[in-house]
Design a protein around this ligand. Structure first.
Ligand SMILES: CC(C)(COP(=O)(O)OP(=O)(O)OC[C@H]1O[C@@H](n2cnc3c(N)ncnc32)[C@H](O)[C@@H]1OP(=O)(O)O)[C@@H](O)C(=O)NCCC(=O)NCCS
Length: 210
């Protein structure tokens, strides 16, 4: 069995370690990170997935951004531990977090990534939306959580203003009491050998980052 839970402060170190393992060194130098700096994450949507031994196998985070002045979600980073990739866990986190995003009132989401992977969740190239350079425009992808939510929206993606209230870098939505629940789920592609889990995994399967 697996458990998906909203990320907590106690998860922070493990999530960062998982991202360091899965992405190329220097991931935080990517231009998308400039949109995240000093901006609270959308905590309701940041999820971690652990196996029955409590080992973190996957994580996904979201930040708010502005596109053409409209508040939008920036999806990512998402990462699955190299020993568990290709087993459907990334798909689970994508679908679960997008359901939560819709349920908590978000209208649109964008990401920078590989269209061949993200198109299966409904993402398509956003022609008139510009991520900070250098970003390949073919990798700027969007999904409407409400019909027509990307229609007529164009321009540069900019940082969302940090809230004026004090607190950490985590924003919880009004519906957080509903969204905070953890959920258990069976392995998506049948029984998995627990002995193949994260411990001692190779770190040579890195990607170019979110
Ligand atoms: C990309 C990632 C999150 C996908 O998660 P996952 O659990 O491995 O993926 P799933 O098991 O849900 O889906 C596997 C399928 O996606 C495909 N896939 C995975 N990464 C892909 C990519 N970059 N481009 C195209 N297809 C991809 C696999 O070929 C497989 O296809 P199939 O279903 O036809 O066999 C994960 O592989 C990962 O963490 N990679 C390293 C970090 C990364 O690149 N993150 C995304 C940054 S934008």
């Amino acid at each position: 069995m697996y458990e998906i839970c909203p990320e907590t402060a106690e998860d922070e170190y493990e999530v960062e370690a998982l991202y360091d393992l899965c992405f190329a060194p220097g991931r935080t130098a990517l231009s998308s990170y400039r949109l995240r700096e000093g901006v609270p994450r959308v905590a309701d949507l940041c999820l971690v997935l652990r196996d029955s031994a409590g080992i973190m196998l996957a994580a996904i985070r979201f930040w708010p951004v502005r596109v053409g002045g409209r508040r939008s979600l920036l999806l990512g980073p998402i990462a699955v531990h190299p020993t568990a990739q290709g087993e459907g866990l990334g798909g689970i986190l994508m679908r679960d977090s997008l359901l939560r995003a819709r349920a908590t009132g978000w209208d649109r989401v964008l990401l920078v990534g590989d269209a061949p992977y993200y198109s299966r969740f409904g993402f398509a190239r956003l022609d008139n939306v510009e991520m900070p350079p250098p970003t390949n425009p073919d990798r700027v992808l969007g999904l409407e959580l409400r019909e027509g939510a990307w229609r007529g929206i164009s321009g540069p993606v900019t940082r969302d203003a940090p809230p004026e209230r004090p607190g950490g870098l985590v924003e919880r939505g009004a519906a957080s009491h509903i969204q905070m629940a953890c959920q258990e789920l069976p392995h998506p592609r049948g029984a998995r050998n627990e002995h193949e889990s994260a411990a001692g995994a190779a770190s040579d399967q890195r990607s170019d980052g979110p």
